[in-house]
Design a protein around this ligand. Structure first.
Ligand code: UD1
Length: 417
């Protein structure tokens, strides 16, 4: 049962190396099921979710060897996951659906779980698979998708990241050409498609709203290093911005982080490309208006960390969350630290400039956990972040260690459960 002790911290300074992106690695690991040959994924971040995905692959019949940060997968055989309990704890477990139906003509899954940030249905995944010719049946908490897939034209009612990934992966081994319109454009989708192409897939338009996949008979093995994590880099950029810091985020890609960097720059922070990554200097002062949107709009995953930045500015900031319906749970916790904040439906209003004071706060989801850790850095006295569900280690590879390396007063304490 992890908890973190955080004390008010000096200006963060120094360099940290950005891990590869959780949200790229998870679909890439799922995609390894498409081939009988060996695939090697390098620099996999040490996260509960990545190890969990490895267990799901094993449960599907694949051999997975984890050697340090290298995951070597060989799925000589593949089938529906045998251990259903593995699926309920992670939303991204649904990503094995597309590869399994594409390769085996059938997949049976328990409906996925994950962070409690809204209803998160998978109707768009299932509707798209039906367009590809699959039959879908649901029985209680279980969904079965079966049939030999044929290319089709698919329009997504909403550019869902997971549905786009699942459908692209399913289409790789479908007969004929699949066109996905209103596809999600996140960099992690383009990265997944680069990996799929390395495995022999034929994909055009990855990273745009119109993706075309020409089905192939077989996929081969490949070795791949996923892109750096723009959300981890963004979280550390926010940590620098609240402490008047000067940090180098080694490997961070500013071209994947434009929306956040605009907000930080407008607020007074200096964000500069460096040959080795991204340099963040100075303090956020101006309040901000933020509307979460699909990429290249402002990422919902950065909403909670940027809200902590808003508490440190002078004036009223306005946040509008349009992607998830229940993603303001951190606001109640920020208020425990003394933040002047109010939620009105999809809107959150933050009156910045009020000093925060340490208290015991609870991590309610992954990004909320990171945001509360940042809030502790600028709260007077001691903050205790209780993360009984282990949200932080689901999605950040050593966030507290990276913050500590930059001078933050953060310590992890493992309490007996
Ligand atoms: C992915 C990311 C997550 C990020 C989110 C939005 C991974 C592993 N996770 O999640 O970190 O916060 O994108 O950028 O990459 N929806 C439906 N029906 C569907 C699918 C989605 O209504 O079939 C809704 C969801 O409930 C949600 C919204 O669409 O309100 C966005 O979901 P989606 O883009 O699918 O996010 P995920 O792939 O779950």
């Amino acid at each position: 049962m992890p908890q973190y002790q955080i004390a008010q911290s000096p200006r963060l300074s120094g360099e940290v190396s950005i891990s590869t992106a959780k949200n790229a690695v998870l679909p890439i690991l799922a995609a390894t099921l498409l081939s009988r040959e060996e695939t090697l994924i390098r620099q996999v971040p040490d996260l509960t979710d990545t190890h969990h995905m490895a267990d799901i692959l094993r449960s599907c019949g694949a051999q997975v060897e984890e050697s340090g940060k290298d995951f070597c997968v060989r799925a000589l055989i593949a089938g529906s996951p045998q251990d259903e309990s593995l699926l309920r704890t992670m939303r991204a477990s649904v990503l094995v659906l597309g590869p399994l139906v594409g390769r085996c003509g059938e997949a049976r899954l328990s409906m996925p779980g994950g962070c409690a940030i809204g209803q998160r249905p998978i109707d768009l995944h299932l509707k798209g698979l039906q367009k590809l010719g699959a039959r879908v049946s649901q029985d209680g908490g279980e969904v079965t998708v079966s049939g030999h897939l044929r290319g089709a034209n698919i329009y997504l009612d909403f550019p869902s990241v997971g549905a786009t990934e699942n459908l692209v992966m399913a289409a790789c081994l479908a007969k004929g050409v699949t066109r996905i319109e209103n596809a999600a454009k996140e960099p992690e989708i383009a990265d997944l498609c680069r990996f799929l192409c390395a495995m022999g897939a034929r994909i055009a338009g990855a990273g745009t709203a119109n993706i075309t996949v020409e089905g192939v008979k077989e996929m081969r093995g490949a070795a791949y290093t996923p892109i750096p994590d723009r959300i981890e880099a963004g979280t550390l950029a926010c940590a620098a911005a609240i402490t008047d810091g000067s940090v180098l985020l080694e490997g961070a890609r500013s071209d994947h982080m434009r929306a956040l960097l605009f907000k930080l720059t407008e607020s007074g922070v200096i964000c500069q490309d460096d040959t080795r990554g991204l340099r963040i200097r100075g303090r956020a002062r101006q309040p901000m208006e933020v509307r979460t949107l699909s990429y290249p709009g402002f990422p919902t995953d950065m909403q909670a960390p940027l809200m902590v930045v808003a508490t440190q500015t002078h004036g009223l900031s306005v946040f509008l969350e349009t992607i998830f319906e229940n993603r303001y749970m951190h606001v109640v916790e920020l208020k425990r630290l003394g933040a002047q904040a109010r939620v009105e439906g999809q809107l959150a209003l933050i009156q910045g400039g009020k000093p925060l004071t340490g208290a015991t706060v609870t991590a309610t989801d992954l990004r909320a956990a990171a945001a509360l850790m940042l809030a502790g850095l600028v709260s007077q006295g001691q903050t205790v972040l209780v993360d009984d569900a282990g949200h932080l280690t689901r999605g950040y590879d050593g966030l507290e260690e990276k913050l500590r390396a930059l001078g933050a007063n953060v310590e992890k304490i493992d309490r007996p459960s």
